[in-house]
Ligand binder design. Structure first.
Ligand SMILES: [Zn+2]
Length: 67
């Protein structure tokens, strides 16, 4: 597997359920194996579940570390 960021060799890092994760030896990026990624439709459906309202307590907690 090749890193999607720097194209260095990546090693299998973690498996959970049917998801295989790889970690780059060079930049330490962690990414899913291509066959384990969501389809474009599933990705869009998941994204539309997000609530980025600044009044939402869950969203406030999510962004708290960077604010
Ligand atoms: Zn890399």
């Amino acid at each position: 597997m090749t890193c999607r960021l720097c194209f260095t060799k990546a090693e299998e890092f973690f498996n959970i359920s049917d998801k295989r994760y790889y970690r780059c030896r060079q930049c330490l990026a962690v990414f899913l194996a291509p066959g384990c990624q969501l389809s474009k439709n599933d990705e869009k459906r998941r994204y539309q579940e997000h609530n980025n309202n600044v009044e939402d307590p869950g969203y406030q907690k999510f962004v708290e570390p960077i604010v």
